[in-house]
Write a protein that binds this ligand. Structure first.
Ligand SMILES: Cc1cc2nc3c(=O)[nH]c(=O)nc-3n(C[C@H](O)[C@H](O)[C@H](O)COP(=O)(O)OP(=O)(O)OC[C@H]3O[C@@H](n4cnc5c(N)ncnc54)[C@H](O)[C@@H]3O)c2cc1C
Length: 621
């Protein structure tokens, strides 16, 4: 006999695995087949087991405990009334009514607890049970990429979870980072394409309505925040959303006390483990006069009511060059001032030079090796006093955009009160398993100072939640392996291979070691450079800017790094990352079929000897 269920809340293959495992643990079930794309599950029952109300109840409860929703796809009247076999089927009570903790092992502390905050939509969900004096197995501070990934992971492990947000749900990426900036990158690309034309298609000056572009961008952000954060969190009944700013009050006896304050309301909660996922905010450099000029940062720049005539961008990192090019294409006269020797510090210098030429070709003024020393108001808006070598000068513009970096959000979190150590620059220090100096507190995302990408934050959130919850299964709550417990080994966050993409035009993508870093690390390297003018796709696009650089170990051909500046270089990084991560060789790449007239074919052509090699080849040979 088989039953079919509609299953809610699944986003990936892992979700279907969690539900399959949960269903297959229900007595009477032989096998479950769950398809996350279809949102359906087919459940095979043991011979003689029928679709009773109790069984239905047990199946739904199992799915809910895993953090998802289930609805039978059968006519209600085909389900028979409770059979005496219910107890034999081991029916579980509905999620949230259990009085046993999900991750029992520790003595709960008694605390002065008050009810959860009174926010109407974001208070503790009623399905979350109290476990003695402990409110939650895991309390996560921050709903950005790291926090939400941690919540999904923890819900999948059956934990009672709270996630706290003191600002805007979704954090940086969806609200003021990746999504709005890339929407503006796309808008700017349309302006540029219209101005460029194409052979046979006359260029034209498009009519641009900045305010309407911003409005559309904000609407998209709202939609995505709702769909990918609010709705996703709501689909996990074991996750309670708390509204307010969290502060850690104390940590003893294996629990952490956390106060959540929202205006004049506040509540205290007790959690067995806490994850700090509070992210970062734009940093303002300590330049004399900077407070006097109403400087923009990435957040305020993308929300401007009107565009200025001119703008100085301080900082030539990814955010500075992306925004600089966006505003340049929208008609703002942009000057980028970069203290380092080249744009995009950390990227290959030759690659950064190609980007510089591309920006300059669009009319953007780029200064490298130039430091801002002082800022003041001027007749046009702002004057930045600069020094380049021993030469002093000044640059004038209507607005100043500061894109010199970000700082971790750790103020007023009470981290010092619970023994969490910070680095000299203020980042939360963790070991490789993301545990802080306090064994009950973990951290993930930008606040830990790793590569500031949302996919790194999300990977960290998952690892932190898994390790935090598994540590509850050890008698001493430690990360050390303890014999005789069913817990998994703590997992280290693997950041050995992290792809980087800067969404300029041309894009810059890289993974692995640069030529300079590989040599500095003692490798004997081969370097193959392919200019995009040899790539068929670049020829038909009439966009031949850029190059791809393959760095490999001379003795083995193992690919150590891939660096590209080209249209769609970001799309090449998926394959490049696999190549570096799994130790592929130049021969592996050159011997693999690549679809003709794709940008990623550049990697194969680079492996076939780069520019020198491809000149002796036919177009697709
Ligand atoms: C302009 C820009 C463009 C970017 N583009 C990309 C891109 O294209 N690709 C990419 O991968 N990355 C990009 N990033 C980086 C990416 O956005 C971040 O790395 C990522 O969002 C960090 O996630 P997080 O979860 O660590 O922190 P955040 O997303 O910052 O979330 C932290 C959350 O914690 C909340 N919080 C802080 N303190 C408290 C407290 N005490 N109590 C309660 N809540 C609190 C904050 O309100 C916030 O919502 C970009 C960043 C910027 C600024």
């Amino acid at each position: 006999m088989t039953l079919e269920y509609a299953l809610g809340g699944m986003t990936c293959l892992d979700c279907s695995k969690h539900i399959t495992m949960a269903l297959e643990r229900v007595p009477g079930v032989v096998a479950a087949h769950v398809d996350y794309r279809a949102g359906r599950g087919r459940i095979e029952l043991q011979p003689g087991v029928g679709p009773t109300a109790t069984l239905e109840h047990a199946l739904i409860a199992a799915v809910e405990r895993a953090g998802y929703r289930a609805e039978p796809v059968v006519a209600r009247d085909s389900v028979t009334a409770d059979a005496p076999a219910a107890a034999a089927l081991g029916a579980a009570p509905p999620a949230g009514l259990s009085d046993t903790p999900s991750f029992a092992s520790e003595t709960p502390a008694s605390t002065d607890r008050r009810p959860t905050d009174g926010h109407p939509t974001e208070s503790a969900a009623p399905s979350v049970a109290r476990t003695g004096d402990v409110d939650f197995d895991l309390l996560i501070v921050g709903t950005g990429g790291a926090g939400v990934a941690a919540a999904i992971q923890a819900a999948g492990m059956g934990a009672k979870v709270a996630i706290v947000e003191g600002g805007t749900l979704g954090g940086t990426c969806v609200n003021v980072g990746c999504i709005p900036s890339k929407t503006l990158v796309e808008a700017a690309a349309h302006i540029h394409a219209a101005r460029q034309g194409f052979p046979g298609i006359a260029p034209c000056e498009p009519a641009v309505d900045w305010r309407e572009v911003v409005r559309q961008k904000d609407a998209l952000v709202d939609d995505l925040r709702e769909a990918k954060y609010a709705d996703v969190l709501a689909s996990y009944p074991g996750v309670a959303r708390l509204r307010g700013r969290a502060r850690l009050l104390g940590s003893a006896d294996g629990v952490v006390r956390v106060r959540v304050s929202d205006g004049d309301q506040s509540a205290e909660h007790v959690a067995r483990r806490v994850i700090v996922a509070t992210g970062s905010t734009p940093a303002v450099p300590p330049l004399p006069g900077i407070d006097m000029v109403d400087a923009l940062d990435s957040t305020t720049a993308m929300a401007m009511e009107a565009l200025p005539a001119s703008m100085i961008v301080l900082g030539g990192g990814p955010v500075g060059v992306e925004l600089g090019q966006i505003f340049g294409r929208f008609g703002v006269k942009v000057v980028i001032v970069q203290r380092g020797a080249h744009l995009l510090p950390g990227e290959d210098a030759q690659i950064a030079e190609v980007l510089r030429e591309a920006l300059e070709a669009e009319g953007i003024e780029v200064h490298t090796g130039m430091a801002a020393v002082r800022v003041e108001r001027g007749p046009e808006g702002v004057i930045v006093h600069v020094r380049q070598g021993s030469v002093d000068g000044e640059i004038r513009a209507e607005r100043l955009l500061v894109a010199t970096g970000r700082r971790p959000t750790t103020a007023d979190l009470g981290l010092e009160d619970v023994g969490v150590a910070l680095s000299p620059t203020g980042y939360v220090q963790t070991d490789a398993t993301l545990r802080t100096a306090n064994p009950n507190v973990y951290a993930a995302g930008d606040v830990t100072g790793g590569p500031a990408y949302v996919y790194v934050a999300a990977a960290g959130g998952r690892v932190a939640a898994e390790n935090a919850l598994n540590s509850l299964r050890r008698p001493d709550g430690s990360n050390a392996t303890s014999t005789g417990t069913p817990s998994a080994e703590p997992r280290a966050l693997d950041l050995s291979v992290v792809p980087n993409v800067t969404f300029t035009a041309p894009q810059v993508g890289s993974v692995g070691l640069t030529e300079a870093a590989a040599r500095a690390a003692g490798h004997r390297v081969d370097v193959s450079v392919l200019e995009m003018q040899h790539v068929p796709r670049a020829l038909v696009a009439y966009d031949r800017r850029g190059l791809v650089k393959l760095v490999s170990e001379a003795s083995t051909g193992r690919i150590l790094g891939v660096h590209a500046v080209a249209p769609n270089a970001g799309e090449m990084m998926g394959e490049a990352t696999l190549a570096v991560r799994f130790g592929l060789t130049v021969r592996d790449l050159s011997g693999t079929l690549h679809p003709y007239l794709t940008w990623v074919e550049s990697l194969k052509l680079a492996a076939q000897g780069g520019s020198a090699g491809v000149q002796k080849l036919s177009c697709c040979a």
